[in-house]
Design a protein around this ligand. Structure first.
Ligand code: ACM
Length: 269
């Protein structure tokens, strides 16, 4: 089964929900026009990233699934019969989460809350509290992780063990090695990864762009520029992610030795 997938690379405007709705919807339409059926948008696409304080973040947050951005994205997912995964500054009761929403041809499907908060995000957001889930569509299965989750290989591994063939990765990368690491996540799990990174600058932070779609061998199928807003597209053969053999003798999943990995589930301080 061949599938066209897209990463949307944009610079959301800090604190401006309305402008960000217009921009994200415009770029989703561009991805649809190019035939994408699975479309990934950056982390915190509704709000921007580098908040002055929690109050500013609160003012441009929204509930999932009834927030204004999600409602507009949901209309597009239904109208075009596509999957949309995008980062949302989520308000839940009096808490904020750095989340991603998952929308499909039949509307809202679920959300993921970033497990590993980066730097000053810890002053704004609650750490994620939901299990890693895999969404199974008729033709492919995918999971979601957000930006700095790249530094924890357990995340992509758990998604793979739960059946993900594609990992969707909304990002606001600022360190220079997230993209490299995602190629390795793809290679070591024999999955496809779609990193939708943002561009632009907010105060002291410059976001690194270079959104990428990586294949099961860690090769880059499509790559964005460092600073332009754009859509990148790749055609992937999903069957490649189902075969975990890297030699006739080696299967990346079946050859695991979990009886020697017990420390992986221990908390070390
Ligand atoms: C990041 O996790 N936004 C760097």
């Amino acid at each position: 089964m061949k599938l066209r997938v897209a990463a949307v690379q944009i610079a959301p405007k800090l604190g401006d929900l309305e402008e960000n709705i217009v921009k994200t919807c415009t770029f989703i339409e561009k991805a649809v026009e190019q035939g994408a059926r699975l479309i990934v948008l950056p982390e915190l696409s509704n709000s921007g990233y580098n908040f002055k304080n929690r109050q500013q973040a609160l003012e441009c947050s929204e509930p999932i699934p009834n927030g204004p951005t999600i409602k507009e994205w949901e209309k597009l997912a239904r109208r075009h019969s596509v999957w949309i995964i995008g980062g949302i500054n989520e308000r839940y009761e009096d808490k904020l989460y750095n989340s991603a929403v998952i929308l499909g041809p039949e509307g809202y499907v679920g959300k993921y809350r970033k497990l590993h908060l980066f730097a000053k995000e810890k002053l704004i957001f609650q750490p994620g509290d939901l299990q890693l889930e895999v969404i199974r569509t008729k033709d492919f299965a995918f999971g979601v992780m957000i930006c700095f989750d790249w530094a924890f290989p357990e995340v992509a591994r758990v998604l793979t063990l739960k059946g993900a063939e594609i990992v969707c990765h909304p990002a606001n990368l600022v360190l220079p090695y997230g993209q490299k690491a995602m190629r390795i996540r793809a290679l070591e799990n024999h999955i496809f990864t779609i990193t939708a990174n943002r561009v632009g600058k907010e105060e002291d932070l410059t976001f690194t762009g270079q959104s990428q779609i990586a294949d099961v061998k860690g090769e880059v199928l499509a790559k964005g520029s460092k600073s332009k807003e754009e859509v990148i597209i790749a055609k992937i053969n999903i069957e490649e992610a189902r075969d975990k053999k890297i030699t006739p003798y080696n299967d990346l999943i079946k050859d695991r030795r979990p009886e020697f990995y017990s420390l992986l589930t221990a908390r070390i301080r």
